[in-house]
Design a protein around this ligand. Structure first.
Ligand SMILES: CC(C)(COP(=O)(O)OP(=O)(O)OC[C@H]1O[C@@H](n2cnc3c(N)ncnc32)[C@H](O)[C@@H]1OP(=O)(O)O)[C@@H](O)C(=O)NCCC(=O)NCCS
Length: 143
């Protein structure tokens, strides 16, 4: 079973490392730091037995909605249920009534991932990323 824990601030460099392997555009360290410390943040992590960060999930929770800010898993740990465990750990909380996110419209693996977890496409934001790439807006509602 994949053990999911709250993401500690000490994992900041690990988050930056996984993000650098996962996304074309880079965030400043201060951007990650602000999401790790935000009062509305609900963040989760999976570590290896040796203490290496293997996956992270950054979210903001407000008004019953869990907004996914960023999720990524080390390439060599993908397709082993890490991301699903991260997200389910937060969604199982009874105060989470819905969840929203934007994902690059051409990011098929991620869209398949969210669809498996019950998210549906609810809109598109044109040229949302770097003024070039469209975002698919997806949403899940507790029934
Ligand atoms: C998207 C991402 C977080 C998924 O992480 P993961 O730990 O590999 O996902 P899981 O193993 O929990 O996958 C759960 C399900 O999602 C779907 N899925 C995940 N990756 C997939 C892929 N590459 N292709 C198709 N479906 C995929 C599958 O249904 C999978 O279940 P299965 O393996 O039983 O078929 C990972 O691919 C990643 O880090 N990508 C780069 C960063 C990124 O794009 N983040 C999302 C931005 S919003």
């Amino acid at each position: 079973m994949t053990a999911v824990v709250p993401l500690p601030f000490t994992a900041l460099r690990g988050v930056e490392h996984i993000a650098s392997l996962s996304f074309e555009s880079r965030w400043e360290r201060t951007a990650f730091a602000s999401f790790l410390t935000a009062s509305a943040a609900r963040n989760r992590a999976v570590f290896s037995a040796s203490g290496e960060l293997e996956g992270y999930l950054l979210t903001l929770f407000a008004g019953g909605n869990l907004d996914i800010v960023s999720i990524a898993v080390l390439p060599e740990r993908r397709r082993q249920g890490v991301a699903e465990a991260l997200l389910e750990d937060l969604r199982c909380s009874p105060d989470v009534l819905s969840s929203t996110l934007e994902v690059r419209a051409d990011n098929e693996p991620s869209r398949r991932f969210y669809e498996k977890l019950g998210y549906a496409l609810v809109g598109t934001r044109r040229r949302y990323y770097d003024g070039k790439n469209d975002a698919a807006v997806m949403r899940w509602d507790r029934r």
